[in-house]
Design a protein around this ligand. Sequence first.
Ligand code: CMP
Length: 441
Amino acid sequence: MAVDSPAAAWHHHRVRLDELRTLALRHLAASEYAAALRIHAHILAALPQDLDGRMRVGDICVRLGQLDLARPVYAAVAYLDVQTGRPAHALVALAALRDLGEQVEPLLEAIARLYAVGSPRIGRVGARLSPPAPERELGLPAPPRARAGGELAEALRAAVSRAAETASFRQFPAQLQPLPLLSELTEAALHRVLQAATVHRLTHGAQVVRQGDPGKSFYFVAAGEVRVVRREPGGAAVETELARLYEGALFGEMALIQAEPRSASVEVVGAADLVAFGAGAIRAAADELPALAAALARYTRERLVRNAVAASPLFAPFSPAERLELLGRFTLCELPAGVVHRRGEPVEALLLVVAGELSVVRGEPPFDEVAARVGPGECVGEAELLAEQPATTTLRAERPTLALSLSADYLRRLVLTVPEVRAFLESQASRRLLLIEEPLI
Ligand code: CMP
């Protein structure tokens, strides 16, 4: 029987891109620079669009003190990022160049020109180079050819020539995707904002924002992955993962918009390059803040609604598709601070609080008293709607409150068809009744 020679077997073996990257990271952690560089050169030979891999080659050059080799690599990454629709990652490469003493101002200006509002290169259906899929399969890198002494120099040469070349990109997309929210700014404002942005290159487990802290910055994920986790107040040990965010995503905007503490913690998974926009960057856009604030508010609303749905037992019996369908039956309403309905008035809808707070008030002024507080993810109005009665208590918004409202008609149909919803609403109604009927002291 013919047996493959070891070299041939080597070529037949295929590994996933993410496994190769992990292997490179392991070599790096063990200071085996030649081996790490060989893996990156090998990946880049097959996937020149792996700009994150190119960035790593630049980083290894810096670690080795080969600054003159790092410069063209970072410059190529910045150029390709800008031309392929990854401006946030271009900022990471520019920060690396700036750290090497390079003048990056003209490149920042170019980004601002290309991505500002009204730029002819920005389109609704614009393209963005997506990073290669982690499950993509590649062959294994060939073993080193050079003898031990020359191995590092040879690996450096091979990796840098792959990481710094730009000729393999013959065409760039004519239309690019806008920068989330920042592409609403004029060129001058965007330029100032980009100048004030800071870059953070973080490793696994780093906590970027902590739930409960005051919020002063928002962030873009330029590369890598983060996860959003929340601990329910009181239930310290239970942690819910709300989302995983990848390149191109934005986070940390909710605390800014709502002037409330951070709603969740955000931690790095694996490694992540982030661009932070702090007070300075926001001040830099001051004269165009309404556009920025409106765009930030759109993100915030979507996330608030998603989190309220995730927290509400009302949605628990449903599959993700059914939840979306049910969500479509609700309307989002902004309740100004003040009375929502008084005792004795008809209750028209079930209200699910998304942000802010409602108070269930019993008794009449001046002897009124808050019997229950209804916060995000909680609902109110079920008792009256189920019993088809007018309001037994007064409902008041303590501050401007965002709520999802479900019409009485739809709620009645829902409780008839989904017994879990009826059971939940009935148990909540009777719990609240106990609170309300407790004697006033
Ligand atoms: P902030 O409250 O400032 O800090 C935590 C951040 O996590 C929050 O802003 C959002 O940017 C983000 N976040 C919260 N909930 C979600 C969600 N459901 N999906 C994605 N991101 C979220």
